[in-house]
Design a protein around this ligand. Structure first.
Ligand code: AMP
Length: 542
């Protein structure tokens, strides 16, 4: 017997329709590439998303055609999120920090038909357009009078003139909720990048889950500033969850430095933010250097790479801001776990609570996870046993776009490539990417643990731990360190700083001071590149 409830597909257009109808006057504020602040409401945004849908029809784009973006977090990008997906096309957010060769490669692989870009990325578009065979239309996200002349980019029009002539009326089509809505290529550290292809259903379910109190905890009382880019896994789904909750949105545009972010947070009374640790490091640096405090910020989600305990404590103790440590990946839309405490932890002393909050957190309903050994056998949840982390759920990939890389699943589970422990309460702690694990004398050393200790030293700005070959122990850890400006620490003092903080045999054998640690397109440390840079390095005494 079937239930007798209405059957309504979960479509992305439903989110913006809801926001328009129930939170029509909630604000969306954006710092623009032009430098000024733009301000309007969900109602205005919904009207312009419909204009986008009409404008795509006018270009004769058919169902499931790909529309690419090279854009910062801003209101026009937000309109494309809804206008493109809502009308049945697929939004392909391209990471502008990728190499131009990679951008051309993925635009061709995705068979993008249209490319919408912020003017900051004009040089990039000029460098790649001749190699992007499928792109027929180039749209600069600007007013008509800002459209560059003689740019050499074919069929270039301004976004405002493109949508400006279109009506704001449009009936969003109804179709199968499993239809593709957007796509995002993984960083592709090995081989060519592969695309996760999200569906309306997966994105809507993820948006519901992300908004829950124990996940991102978003509400109509929040003013949310996603520093995490809209070109990286849909800004962790915030553009969808914000519409679902009616939260005010504050978009930082291209200005990601500590000062600009702080000023925007204060001016717009931001209560909630989300980003990767490298961005928050700049923000905290700005606050300390200028002796500033937050007046409205209450919580921030930090993920994308391990959030150092020193950062969680600094936010908590010095600024009264709760850090929610999150773990996920492009293939997971991206949220997998988020760290909040349980009822039974209420009576714990603060330092015991903090120990839990440093972990990557508990699985969100919709995500199941397990750790397995090399033979695929499930390992115990004791908080000590390391294993390869596998996940499954309705917003986790089952295959990559065009079948690249074959079938990624193992008995229905997606192997994340991460290694971690799970404790008896279900809290995950990521210890490494499997390829970064350091194996010393048959024991594993977590590079994340070593890095976390190093960045707790007051003179250390950034640290990356890698394993180097050792004749007796196979591998030993060394640590590459960037010092804070104007601060100093010697190799010996830094090694001594590890004493008592980790087992003796896990203490790095050497410290290499560097000017910078190579970062990838999503702001994560590129250990592959660091290993190349240090390929001639020899451990002292070997
Ligand atoms: P991406 O697909 O580019 O978002 O990268 C996903 C990968 O980033 C994961 O598989 C992890 O290796 C890493 N990652 C994400 N969040 C965390 C976190 N909180 N702690 C440690 N690693 C993380």
């Amino acid at each position: 017997m079937l239930g007798l409830m209405q059957s309504q597909p979960l479509l992305i257009s439903g989110l913006i329709e809801f926001a328009e109808r129930h939170h029509g006057d909630a604000e969306i504020v954006s710092r623009r590439v032009e430098g000024d602040i733009h301000r309007y409401t969900y109602k205005d945004s919904a009207g312009r998303a419909r204009q986008v849908a009409n404008a795509l029809d006018s270009l004769k784009l058919v169902f499931s055609d790909r529309v690419a973006t090279l854009a910062w977090n801003g209101y026009r990008h937000f309109e494309l999120y809804y206008g493109v997906s809502g009308s049945g096309r697929v939004l392909h957010t391209i990471n502008p920090r990728l190499h131009p060769d990679q951008i051309a490669w993925i635009a061709n692989h995705a068979e993008d038909q249209v490319l919408c870009f912020d003017l900051s990325f004009l040089p990039l578009v000029q460098a790649v357009h001749s190699r992007c065979a499928t792109i027929k239309h180039y749209i600069a996200l600007c007013d008509q009078d800002k459209l560059p002349k003689d740019s050499g980019v074919p069929n270039l029009i301004s976004y405002e003139s493109w949508i400006g002539t279109q009506p704001g009326t449009y009936t969003w089509p109804t179709f199968d909720e499993n239809t593709a809505s957007s796509m995002c290529y993984t960083s592709g550290t090995t081989g060519n990048p592969k695309a996760a292809l999200y569906s309306h259903r997966s994105s809507t379910l993820h948006a519901y889950a992300a908004a829950l109190p124990d996940v991102m905890g978003m509400s109509a009382r929040d003013a949310i500033l996603p520093v995490v880019p809209m070109f990286h896994v849909n800004a962790w789904g915030i553009p969808y969850s914000a519409a679902l909750t009616g939260a005010k949105l504050v978009f930082p545009g291209p200005a990601m430095d500590g000062k600009s972010i702080y000023e925007l947070m204060e001016a717009e009374k931001v209560t909630y933010a989300a980003g990767v640790p490298t961005v928050w490091q700049m923000l905290l640096g700005h606050l300390t250097a200028n002796n500033l405090k937050f007046s409205t910020l209450k919580r921030t989600v930090i993920g994308g790479s391990a959030c150092p305990p020193a950062m969680i404590k600094a936010f908590n103790d010095d600024y009264g801001v709760e850090v929610l440590h999150a773990w996920g990946m492009t293939e997971m839309s991206p949220l997998g776990t988020l760290c909040t405490l349980k009822n039974k932890h209420d009576a714990l002393p603060d330092d015991e609570k903090m120990k839990i909050r440093l972990k990557q957190g508990r699985a969100i309903y919709g995500v199941d996870m397990k750790i397995v050994d090399e033979a695929g056998k499930e390992l115990p949840w004791d908080g000590k046993t390391y294993g390869d982390l596998y996940v499954k759920g309705p917003w986790i990939v089952r295959a990559y776009f065009k079948g690249e890389g074959g079938d990624p699943l193992v008995d229905g589970w997606f192997p994340t490539g991460d290694v971690g422990t799970i404790d008896a309460d279900g809290y995950l702690q990521i210890t490494d990417r499997s390829k970064d694990v350091i194996k010393s004398g048959g024991e594993w050393i977590s590079s994340i643990d070593i890095e976390n200790i190093a960045v707790a030293h007051p003179a250390v700005a950034m640290a990356a731990c890698i394993g180097v070959l050792h004749p007796k122990w196979d591998e030993r850890p060394i640590i590459a360190v960037v010092k804070k400006p104007g601060m100093d620490v010697s190799r010996e003092a830094l090694i001594a700083f590890f004493e008592g903080k980790t087992a003796k045999w896990q203490i790095p054998d050497d410290v290499v001071f560097v000017d910078a640690i190579p970062l990838g397109a999503t702001g994560k440390m590129l250990k592959t590149r660091l290993r190349e840079i240090l390929k001639d390095y020899k451990l002292p005494g070997t």
